[in-house]
Design a protein around this ligand. Structure first.
Ligand SMILES: Nc1ncnc2c1ncn2[C@@H]1O[C@H](COP(=O)(O)OP(=O)(O)O)[C@@H](O)[C@H]1O
Ligand SMILES: [Mg+2]
Length: 241
């Protein structure tokens, strides 16, 4: 059985990392094999690029180079981790994916749409998410959460940008959802974490028909039969000895 690919998108502090954990637990409780991953990164090749991007080390080379690095990391992540896992029947939950590139490098990076689209095509190589959860909340609230989470640590390359840029990103995510309403579901992220989790669980289960694994009961039966047959045959061979 083919698995599923679900991505989580939204601004800084929107609750992506929090909600991915909730959904992973809920889906595991239903018997699914869940893989949690994140971008940039998620595979050894991509993790090597992650630091370069988030530390701001590539910023001086310009947004085109950054976009190419994101695409390189994504390509490695897709081919090494995401596609093999989905083909093996797993549910892959990914913290940020192609929509973050559309928004961060495309919209607020002012890159030409053709360039962003071409990079996306090469990087994902057909691996379009089955479902994208867009966590929506005022940028100010998200940034305050991210700052509280970071404590005295330094904000990353993107967290330190101006509030107006973060607001523009929020609008850009909502625009993507408007253009692709089948794939993208907007969730109000300005609520308690557990009620957001319930909304997302319902969305994922309904949209992707994930209520239970259809091959779970027969698999158990077969195992039981085989082991009891084995036990019986070893009893028989034990008798003459
Ligand atoms: N619904 C929520 N309400 C209040 N605080 C939240 C909520 N969801 C997450 N947080 C907190 O906000 C911070 C950012 O959440 P996180 O999941 O790390 O966001 P993201 O991964 O989108 O940047 C964390 O400290 C987290 O505990
Ligand atoms: Mg996070």
């Amino acid at each position: 059985m083919k698995g599923r690919f679900i991505t989580f998108e939204g601004g800084e502090g929107a609750g992506k990392s929090t909600q991915i954990q909730y959904l992973a637990e809920a889906l595991r409780a239903l018997g699914h094999d869940v893989v949690m991953t994140r971008e940039p990164g998620g595979s050894p090749g991509a993790e090597a690029v992650r630091h370069v991007l988030l530390s701001g080390a590539a910023e001086e080379f310009g947004v085109r180079i950054e976009a190419i690095l994101f695409a390189a990391a994504r390509s490695d992540h897709v081919e090494e981790l995401i596609r093999p896992a989905v083909e093996a029947g797993k549910i892959v939950l990914c913290d940020r994916f192609m929509d973050s590139s559309r928004v961060y490098q495309g919209v607020t990076g002012n890159l030409e749409p053709e360039f962003v689209t071409a990079l996306e095509r090469v990087a994902i190589n057909g691996m379009v998410p089955d479902l994208t959860i867009i966590l929506d909340l005022p940028a100010e609230v998200g940034l305050a959460r991210a700052a509280a989470r970071a404590g005295s640590g330094n904000p990353d390359r993107y967290e330190k940008e101006a509030l107006s840029i973060h607001e523009k990103r929020r609008e850009a995510f909502l625009e993507i959802a408007q253009k692709e309403p089948e794939r993208c579901k907007v969730v109000d992220a300005n609520q308690p974490a557990d009620s957001i989790a319930q909304t997302i669980e319902k969305l994922a289960i309904e949209q992707l028909a994930l209520s239970r694994l259809p091959d779970e009961p027969p698999r158990k039966k077969r195992t039981r039969k085989r082991s009891s047959a084995k036990a019986a045959s070893s009893d028989i061979t034990a008798e003459p000895q």
